[in-house]
Structures are given as structure tokens and as C-alpha cells.
Design a protein around this ligand. Sequence first.
Ligand code: ADP
Ligand code: NI
Length: 201
Amino acid sequence: MDKLKIIRLAEDFAAGKMESYDSGHDFWHIERVRKLARKINSAEKIADTFILDLACILHDTADSKFAATHGNKYDDLEKFLKNSGLDHLKNEIIEIIDNVSFSNNNKTGNLKNPVLRVLQDADRLDAIGAVGIARAFNYGGFRNNPIFDPSDKEKPSTINHFYEKLLKLKSLMNTETGLKMAEERHLFLEEFLFQFYKEIN
Ligand code: ADP
Ligand code: NI
């Protein structure tokens, strides 16, 4: 099967899988991550462009925040890769997807894979800056989490999520290009929090 055809099939597979996710994880998240990854890789030139694009498209298709927990969460993805003649890439793609998320960070210690390094930076960039703030509050709304509890600042809330995760992402960037792009977005998170506290106090 030619590469363009595989990419189109992967887009259809991912769109179907992500239909029930929150809108911070809709197909536009995938499109933004692909674009960011392409930009990072065109400066760094470390990853194979086809595998990178494929991994970007597929990276959220087995998200345990949304996926049903029965069976192996990678079953459908494995089937997709097999049917697309990509059995030889199965282990690599699954390992990348397994390691891309913040919570699984460096679980197997394999951050050497250049596709993983670029994809992880792109996914993290989409979690910070103005888009990241929109996605965080969207996810909080989807779960009906509090925005912030001024009476208990330690209580889980979307503002808390900034400290638990979003503000840490800049220092975790893998590539120089990703880090440069993260700086402006990180500053915007800080400005947002400054204004937020100013308004509630
Ligand atoms: P990763 O794929 O790195 O594990 P997630 O899928 O957990 O990242 O997060 C993806 C998006 O969902 C991010 O924009 C993140 O901020 C948002 N998100 C995840 N958990 C929460 C939460 N508890 N509150 C607000 N936003 C969240
Ligand atoms: Ni993602």
C-alpha cells in the first residue's frame, strides 16, 4: 500500500477512535500536533517523516482516559497496523504511543527514539500556551472538575492542573527547537495565572 493511502486510512481510524473524546482531543488536536511535529523535525531533522506523521495521527487512539478498559487497549490499533501492511512497525509505533504521555513519561527509559522525541514535544506544546489553556478548561468542564477552589488550593481543579503538569512541560522538552517554541507558551501560562489571581483577589 502506498504511504499516502496509509496516512488517509490512519486519519480515518484515528477520527473514529477519538469521536467520543473531549474536544481538546478531537481531530484538530491531531492536526495541530502533526503541524508542530513537522515544524520541529524540519529544524532538527532527526525523525523519519512518514513514521513521525503516522505516530502523530495514531498517538491518542488508545488513551486510557477515554478508551474502554476491557481487553488490550492496543487491540484495535494492532489490527489497523496489520491490515495496513505495517506489521513491521507495530512494536515501534506502540512503544512510541505508550511513552508519549506525561503520566507515562520515560516509563521504559526509551526516550532515544527520535520519532518519540519530536512527537512528545509537539504533544506537549499543544498542552501549553493559549491552546493548552483552552484544552485544560475544556477537559475540566468535560469532567465537571472545579475551576479552582480558593478555600482549598490543594484540591484537584483545573488551576491545580497547571502546577501538576502544564508548568512543568517546558523543562521536559526533548529538542532545542521544541524548547524554544515552549518558552513563549510557558510565559503565556504564567501571565494567565497572574491575571486569574488578580481577578479573584
Ligand atoms: P498526555 O497525553 O501527555 O498524558 P493528557 O492526554 O493527559 O496528556 O492531556 C491532554 C490534554 O488534556 C492536555 O491539554 C491537558 O492539559 C488536559 N488534561 C488532562 N488532565 C487534565 C486535568 N485533570 N485537568 C485539566 N486538563 C487536563
Ligand atoms: Ni495528544
